[in-house]
Structure formats: C-alpha cells, structure tokens
Design a protein around this ligand. Structure first.
Ligand code: UFG
Length: 330
C-alpha cells in the first residue's frame, strides 16, 4: 500500500513527503513540475511527472502502487492572480480536483486529504475563526478551495471514501534540517519576501497597509511552520485509518503576528535592518485572521514543535540564504 502525494515537488508537498517517509510510508508523487522542483522530492519517493487532471494516468498510478490514500496539494495558490485569472483557478483547483476524485472513486481509494485554506472564510467577523464560521471566500482562490470541499462532502456521502479538509493559515518556514524550503522565485508570501529583501535578493520590501484597526496598524496573520503542518496531515491519515467519518479542521497555532512583528523577526535572523517601505493596502487583505486551533489538537493529538515566530523565520532565512548563495555561486 502506498500514499499518493499530488504536488509533492512543491513547497508544502515536499515537506509532506519527508514526513511520510520518516514515518515509514511508501510514497508516490504526482507533479507536473510547473511550479515544483524535481530536486525537492525525497529520493525514497517515486516521482511521476504528469497532471492530476489526467484521469487515465492517475488510475494507472493508483492501481500500480496500491494507493490507499491521496494527499492532494497540487494547485494554484496566488490569491491576486486568482482575481485576474479566475478560470485558471477553477480549472487547476476545482475541475482537476474533480478528475482526481473520479480516479480515486473508480479505483477504491480509501482516504483523501485535501489542502484547503483559511481563504474559505474570507473576512471573518470575529477572531479566532472556528471551523463552523460562515464560509464566504473573497477571492476565486478561496472559492475554488471551497468548491472542492463541497465536492468532497458529496462524494464521500455517495462512495466509500473518507476525507480530511485541512484549512491552512499562513504556512511558512522550511525543513529544520535545511533539506528543502520555499523555492518559488516569484513567491509573494511575506516571510519569503522579507528574507529575500534582508539578503539583498530584492532591493526592498513593502508593508501593504499601516492603517488597519490592529495594534500597530498592519495586518495580523497566524503563521504555521510547514513541518508542523505536514505532521498534522500525517496525524489526519492515522486518524482516518482508525476512525470512520470525515474531518474539516483549521491548521494554525491560534495566535497572530503583525507584518511589522514579522519584519522585526527577520531583522533579528539577519542580524541587521533592511529597506522596508510603507505602502498602501493590498486589495483583498483581511485586517486579521487567526485560527481557532483547538480542534486539530484535540481530535488529532497534534502538538506543534515549532510554534515560535523567530524559529519559523530563522528556518525560512536559512533556506533563503542557501538559495541566494547557490545562485551567486552558479
Ligand atoms: N505583506 C506585505 N508585504 C509583502 C507581502 C505580504 O506587507 O511583500 C502582508 C500582506 O499584505 C498580508 C500579510 O503580509 O497582510 C501576509 O501576506 P501573505 O501574502 O504572506 O499571505 P496572505 O495572508 O495573503 O495569504 C495566506 C495564504 C493564502 C490564503 C490566505 C487566506 O498564503 O494561501 O492566507 O487568508 F489564501
């Protein structure tokens, strides 16, 4: 029996593969390498280069490797891009998830773990935001994830497949042992951007909005270490093997940091300041979003190991340093 990880050459997927392998699981990765990297896939995993929308290929992989569970990361993740090109998101995130699910149902896959997002909540009325809050995405990205959650609900009611939809908050950091990290050069995520600016890989960074109704006027987010997130998936898999029913849960630590607090943590990791410019608000940013995080701990027994902003930033910085130095050596 094996576990199929879609998008396993990407940022979160590649950390998931490491987690599964250290737990002794057999792993097959399906990735089309449009944003993922072959080198990010642990050598113990089998890598198939192909598309999740290729139902024939997926069925062949499931049968050949006796796939018991699918952990589905493949998809598009840039929120502003989803606003300008929504059909790309409804294709990559929704329609192709439908095709992947069809292959799972046809081949009798038992469990499906889906990388959902806090974006399904949109602008929450209160923080922390719990799983039963109103689902009102404010971007096609969030809607594309919510549509897949709804498909999963219906498919699992009709067929013998259980699912976990894990709603990620702000995923950051890198493998503590420095093997992999966030490698996408044009990433837009705050911690990556700030590390690039501190390392001189970009001339400066901008803080989008300083007039939010928060303590220091900048947005608040719940940053979760990518390795802790991968561990939550592994625990979800174990839980699904031992229990019937489905799980929908937030993955965050339940506490938030402002953009300026993140900048300070990056300055600390770098040992110096860097060019940080105050800029207008970015469209679509909620002022604050923090996970109601009790469920993942209570149901899965999840105990985060890296719930420390300075540690998350230090790991991200170390990875970025490696990327910058290997590029300048090339
Ligand atoms: N930010 C800056 N400057 C930058 C980049 C980001 O000030 O150069 C700010 C943003 O305005 C925001 C905060 O830093 O206030 C975090 O921004 P990110 O782009 O890192 O992350 P988001 O909160 O926008 O997005 C995250 C996930 C998405 C998910 C969304 C749901 O990355 O996948 O949360 O709220 F959809």
């Amino acid at each position: 029996m094996s576990i199929l990880v879609t998008g396993g050459a990407g940022y979160i997927g590649s950390h998931m593969v490491l987690e599964l392998i250290s737990a002794g699981e057999e792993v097959v990765v399906l990735d089309n390498l449009t944003t993922g990297f072959r080198a990010s896939v642990a050598k113990e995993a089998k890598l198939v280069i192909g598309d999740i929308g290729d139902q024939e290929l997926v069925e062949q992989i499931i049968r050949e490797h006796g796939v018991e569970a699918v952990i589905h990361f493949a998809g598009s993740i840039i929120v502003p891009e989803s606003v300008t090109d929504p059909l790309k998101y409804y294709s990559n995130n929704t329609a192709k998830s439908r095709d992947l699910l069809a292959a799972c149902v046809a081949c009798g896959v038992k469990h499906f773990i889906f990388s959902s997002s806090a974006a399904v909540y949109g602008n929450p009325e209160t923080n922390p935001v719990f799983e039963d809050a109103r689902l009102e995405p404010v971007s096609p990205y969030g809607t594309s994830k919510l549509m897949t959650e709804l498909m999963l609900r219906d498919v699992s009611a009709a067929h013998d497949i259980s699912y976990a939809a894990l709603r990620y908050f702000n995923v950051a950091g890198a493998d503590p042992r420095g093997r992999i990290g966030q490698s996408t050069p044009e990433a837009t995520h705050l911690i990556k951007v700030a590390c690039q600016a501190a390392l001189g890989a970009r001339p400066f960074m901008e803080v989008y909005g300083t007039d939010y109704p928060t303590g220091d006027g900048t947005c608040i987010r719940d940053y979760i270490h990518v390795s802790d997130l991968a561990r939550a998936h592994l625990l979800a898999l174990v839980h699904m093997r031992e229990n019937s029913g489905n799980i929908v849960m937030n993955c965050g630590y339940g506490r938030g940091f402002s953009v300026l607090e993140v900048v300070k943590a990056v300055e600390k990791a770098a040992g110096h300041g860097f060019d940080v410019r105050m800029a207008p608000r970015r469209a679509g940013d909620p002022a604050a979003i923090v996970a109601g995080a009790g469920f993942v701990r209570d149901v899965l027994g999840w105990k985060p190991e890296h719930d420390d902003l300075c540690e998350i930033v230090a790991h991200a910085y170390a990875w970025e340093h490696r990327l910058v130095t290997s590029k300048s050596a090339a």
